[in-house]
Design a protein around this ligand. Structure first.
Ligand SMILES: *[C@@H]1O[C@H](CO)[C@@H](O)[C@H](O)[C@H]1NC(C)=O
Ligand SMILES: *[C@@H]1O[C@H](CO)[C@@H](O)[C@H](O)[C@H]1NC(C)=O
Ligand SMILES: *[C@@H]1O[C@H](CO)[C@@H](O)[C@H](O)[C@H]1NC(C)=O
Ligand SMILES: *[C@@H]1O[C@H](CO)[C@@H](O)[C@H](O)[C@H]1NC(C)=O
Ligand SMILES: *[C@@H]1O[C@H](CO)[C@@H](O)[C@H](O)[C@H]1NC(C)=O
Ligand SMILES: *[C@@H]1O[C@H](CO)[C@@H](O)[C@H](O)[C@H]1NC(C)=O
Ligand SMILES: *[C@@H]1O[C@H](CO)[C@@H](O)[C@H](O)[C@H]1NC(C)=O
Ligand SMILES: *[C@@H]1O[C@H](CO)[C@@H](O)[C@H](O)[C@H]1NC(C)=O
Ligand SMILES: *[C@@H]1O[C@H](CO)[C@@H](O)[C@H](O)[C@H]1NC(C)=O
Ligand SMILES: *[C@@H]1O[C@H](CO)[C@@H](O)[C@H](O)[C@H]1NC(C)=O
Ligand SMILES: *[C@@H]1O[C@H](CO)[C@@H](O)[C@H](O)[C@H]1NC(C)=O
Length: 866
């Protein structure tokens, strides 16, 4: 039994305990109201935190909302007090929806001298500067201002915070550390263990003072614009676990030697730097290494065997370098690998020789090397595979059917190999992208593939697949369907036009499709490219195409369409390419009443149809994209598709492929330069004169009006088309003389006036000295060189066909080297990056697509509860 006395004492004790506790927790009135005043400066909006918190799986909420007058501020969410002094020592307002700015006069700077930890990460401070008043927190050990939309100059006063153990300013737009800021920072913050300046624009060489920061465990200087040689010594800092110096294009260095085996380094990221040289054998001493990311660098040589000693490695990415030789078979020891990326190097040998039997291997990118041999059988064991890229290799033989049973695949790219065999039903329902193009696969393609609800791209071009599109309507997420050069048949299902949100590339070129195109295109659809060239489609061009406001390419060539000219397409303001060649289009071209018909058209090919009447003068007048093009502005732009899916999808890159007939040769143009501007109206029944107005189209490269019934003189205004490389007016009824001014056309490489009724002298000089007889044969009375009878009579017509198209177009040079179809996004990512373009994209694409979540999570949590 417990006596009353004892109970009383217990009671007293509890009271006392209660009181001391309460007392210990009660924050001062001063601090309480200072915090409430601080709260007043903000509004709360989830969008201020969403991107860096909720979207990567961290719950955000307005912590300050629980802050109420009259309650003890030490109990407020995000506020931490000292147990003894009840001074506020920690403030964690990360992911708290804060929207506003922190003025230098803010109360927060004046009432919290004991603050040790301040975390304002993942809010929205509206591009405001970081005020120098932060230096008043002289006891601060942890300061986290990351990804909170601060901008401007980092105040030098931050370097007064000598007690800092952790400083994170990363992920802010447009924040910069001007010289000597970085130097001062590393000189004064001698205690710092975690220094994250990622995305802060430093733009200077890396100070050797960094070597004095011997406590560093984490150093993140990604995307800081660092220049010059990175000090080797940093790699050897005795406690350094994580080193991130990615995305510093001008940062040079070599992979250092690691002579002794005590380095604690676990994570090393050198993505997109100018690091070069070979990987040293001593890399095998980095026994703790878990992550090695070094894609987009300048490394070369062979991979040291010792790399296979790093059995802790989970992520190894060395794509886009210039490595050569065989990958060492020791790599097969790396049983913990989750990610292996070696694509875009010059490796050779067989994949089977190095592939690790790693149960958890999820990301395997080995494509775009010189690997050969059969499809590696070990892949059957890699049941965790989510992304598999074996593209652009020389894999031969049958594609084993178990590949289609890999249960977790999202991304599957075997394009550009020599694989044979059938495709079975895919087992993984998570598939997002499938690319099997350019192989020798055949047979019915399983149409159940269209039922994959997350499938965004399906690329099967250049195989020998057959089958129909009967299940297409199920493909609710499809953005890109490329089936060109196969033997698919059947008709296009009615539902095609109902795809209102995503579907943007439909490429069915060179198949056996037939039937009519459904007239069901709804408003607000996303089609940008519709290429049906070389099928058996018939009927009319569906009027509802006019709802495809985003259309840039329409290629209906080589079909059996029978229709008047679909003039209503003139409203599509982004349309750049219109090809209707080799069909049964007929009737006169209408005179357009639109204000800006075909505003952006660069390629118009109506050849080999039954059009009649005069040439479409009103169009010539309005083809703005063919006039006064300033080439410099277009230098590297191609008519191409570059789509970026959501953060977790894939960036991809589609080259339109157009087929055009140039002087009798059919040319497939992948990558169509936007400066490539052509009008081809040949092989129709156009009549009347060539309008003078055609001289306005001074940016066109090719003009073909041959095989019509055009009459009258050759307009002198043609001399204005100084970019012309190819001009064909042959097989018409043109009369009069050849305008002398045409010798202005200094780019002209192919010129044909044969089979007309022209008379008079052939212009001389410039390009005209290079044309041969064929250019002039079959006219009434042309004379002068190159016609051998310099007096008069032309020779009798020879064979009708134009042969030997001499080269000479300067756009030829862009043709080789690119297949039609698709180049997976990494290239694009790289290109964009090297132009200083969105780095978030590059991060998604290489290396950090799957890591960024973790990285942010880690940041968010690192300073929680301090
Ligand atoms: C929240 O932010 C979003 C995006 O900036 C904005 O559209 C919205 O109006 C804001 N809401 C409030 C209540 O300020
Ligand atoms: C911040 O607040 C302003 C004004 O209330 C609002 O216009 C803006 O959209 C908000 N921004 C965010 C990211 O919440
Ligand atoms: C204060 O006390 C709480 C509960 O007793 C304890 O969890 C916390 O670590 C203490 N904080 C400090 C800074 O000592
Ligand atoms: C702080 O400064 C801002 C802008 O300079 C001003 O609008 C605000 O009233 C000031 N607040 C206090 C508490 O002085
Ligand atoms: C280091 O901090 C002190 C204040 O503690 C300051 O006076 C000094 O200028 C700083 N030095 C550097 C190099 O920033
Ligand atoms: C490293 O610190 C020492 C002692 O503080 C100093 O003398 C030296 O200059 C520093 N080195 C660099 C490279 O800053
Ligand atoms: C790698 O491991 C092998 C055998 O375990 C050993 O002989 C070799 O020295 C190691 N290489 C390095 C660089 O650690
Ligand atoms: C790659 O290395 C080869 C020789 O090993 C060299 O000829 C080539 O220029 C290098 N390519 C790049 C992009 O550095
Ligand atoms: C696949 O795994 C099994 C069991 O783990 C093993 O016996 C087999 O050799 C592996 N296959 C290959 C090709 O390594
Ligand atoms: C499709 O994607 C969504 C969102 O990424 C995911 O939640 C869902 O599980 C996926 N569906 C299938 C069948 O994989
Ligand atoms: C051809 O160019 C000349 C001189 O630049 C210009 O005066 C004339 O209008 C142009 N002709 C046409 C049809 O554009």
């Amino acid at each position: 039994m417990v006596s009353n006395n004892q109970l009383f004492h217990l009671f007293l004790f509890l009271c006392f305990f209660q009181i001391t506790c309460l007392h210990a927790q009660l924050c001062t009135q001063e601090q309480s109201s200072a915090l409430l005043q601080f709260k007043q400066q903000f509004s709360f909006n989830k969008s201020a935190s969403y991107l860096h918190c909720d979207s990567v799986g961290i719950l955000s909420y307005p912590k300050m909302e629980s802050w109420k007058e009259g309650s003890d501020c030490c109990s407020w969410d995000g506020v931490e007090c000292d147990n003894n002094t009840s001074q506020v020592i920690g403030l964690d307002l990360s992911c708290s929806w804060l929207n506003g700015t922190i003025h230098p006069n803010s109360t927060i700077f004046y009432y919290f001298p004991h603050l040790q930890s301040l975390n304002l990460a993942f809010n929205h401070f509206g591009m405001s500067p970081i005020t120098s008043e932060f230096s008043r927190f002289t006891r601060l050990t942890h300061l986290n201002l990351s990804a909170s939309v601060f901008s401007g100059k980092v105040p030098i006063e931050v370097s007064f915070l000598k007690k800092l153990i952790s400083l994170d300013l990363s992920g802010n737009y447009d924040l910069r550390l001007e010289e000597p800021g970085f130097e001062l920072l590393v000189q004064n913050l001698t205690k710092v263990r975690e220094l994250n300046l990622g995305d802060v624009n430093i733009s200077s060489v890396v100070s050797n003072s960094l070597l004095n920061l011997t406590s560093l465990t984490l150093l993140d200087l990604s995307s800081c614009g660092l220049l010059g040689k990175f000090p080797d010594g940093v790699f050897h800092l005795p406690h350094l676990i994580e080193l991130h110096i990615s995305y510093n294009l001008a940062l040079t260095g070599y992979f250092p030697e690691f002579i002794n085996s005590s380095s604690p380094l676990q994570h090393l990221r050198l993505i997109s730097t100018n690091f070069s040289g070979e990987l040293p054998d001593s890399i095998g001493n980095l026994k703790s290494l878990k992550t090695l990311y070094a894609p987009f660098c300048k490394f070369y040589g062979s991979i040291p065997t010792s790399l296979g000693n790093l059995t802790e490695l989970t992520r190894l990415a060395i794509s886009y370098n210039n490595f050569t030789g065989m990958l060492p078979s020791s790599l097969s020891n790396l049983g913990n690998l989750v990610k292996l990326g070696v694509q875009y190097n010059n490796f050779e040998g067989k994949i089977a020789d190095f592939l690790p039997n790693a149960k958890s291997l999820s990301y395997l990118y080995v494509g775009s090397n010189n690997f050969s041999g059969p499809f590696p059988s070990l892949v059957a064991n890699l049941t965790s595979l989510v992304e598999l890229d074996l593209s652009n290799s020389q894999l031969t033989g049958p594609l084993p059917s178990w590949v289609f049973s890999l249960p977790a695949l999202c991304y599957f790219n075997l394009s550009n190999n020599k694989l044979t065999g059938h495709v079975k039903e895919f087992k993984s329902t998570d598939l997002i992208a499938i690319d099997l193009s350019n192989n020798s696969l055949y047979g019915r393609f399983p149409s159940s593939t269209f039922k994959l609800v997350n499938l965004t791209s399906l690329i099967l071009s250049s195989n020998n697949f057959s089958g129909e599109l009967d299940m297409l309507c199920h493909a609710v997420s499809l953005r890109l369907l490329v089936l060109s050069s196969n033997s698919f048949n059947g008709s296009i299902p009615q539902c095609l036009g109902n795809f209102s949100t995503y579907f943007s590339v439909l490429d069915l070129r060179k198949n056996n499709f037939s039937g009519t195109i459904p007239n069901t295109f709804v408003k607000g659809n996303s089609f940008e490219i519709i290429n049906l060239n070389g099928n058996g489609f018939e009927g009319t061009v569906p009027k509802s195409l006019v709802n495809c406001k985003m259309l840039r390419v329409v290629d209906l060539g080589c079909n059996k369409f029978s229709d008047k000219f679909p003039f209503w397409l003139e409203k599509l303001r982004w349309l750049q390419v219109l090809i209707l060649s080799s069909n049964k289009f007929h009737g006169p071209m209408p005179a357009s009443k639109a204000k800006f018909p075909f505003l952006n058209l660069r390629v118009m090919d109506l050849s080999d149809n039954y059009f009649t009447g005069p040439l479409p003068k009103t169009y010539f007048k309005n083809f703005n994209a063919m006039m006064n093009v300033i080439e410099a502005n277009f230098k590297l732009q191609y008519i191409e598709k570059s789509l970026v899916g959501s953060m977790y999808l894939y960036a991809y890159h589609y080259h339109d492929c157009l087929t055009m007939v140039i002087k009798g040769s059919t040319i497939e143009m992948a990558k169509v330069l936007t400066i490539f501007t052509v009008i081809d109206l040949s092989k129709n029944n156009f009549e009347g004169q060539i309008p003078q107005i055609i001289g306005k189209l001074n940016s066109i490269r090719g003009l073909n009006l041959s095989h019509n019934s055009l009459t009258g003189h050759i307009p002198t205004s043609l001399a204005n088309l100084t970019m012309l490389e190819w001009l064909d007016l042959s097989s018409n009824k043109l009369t009069g003389e050849i305008p002398r001014q045409l010798n202005n056309l200094k780019s002209l490489a192919v010129f044909n006036l044969s089979q007309n009724q022209l008379i008079g002298p052939i212009p001389q000089g410039n390009q005209f000295d290079t044309f041969l007889n064929d250019s002039y044969i079959g006219n009434l009375a042309l004379f002068g060189p190159p016609l051998s009878d310099t007096c008069s009579d032309p020779r009798p017509p020879q064979q009708e066909d134009d042969t030997n198209s001499s080269s000479g177009f300067n756009w030829y040079v862009i043709l080789p080297g690119y297949g039609c179809g698709l180049v997976w996004g990494l290239v694009m990512g790289y290109l964009m990056f090297s132009r200083g373009k969105p780095q978030w994209l590059v991060r998604i694409i290489e290396g950090e697509r799957n890591e960024s979540r973790k990285r942010f999570k880690k940041h968010a949590h690192r300073n929680r509860g301090r």
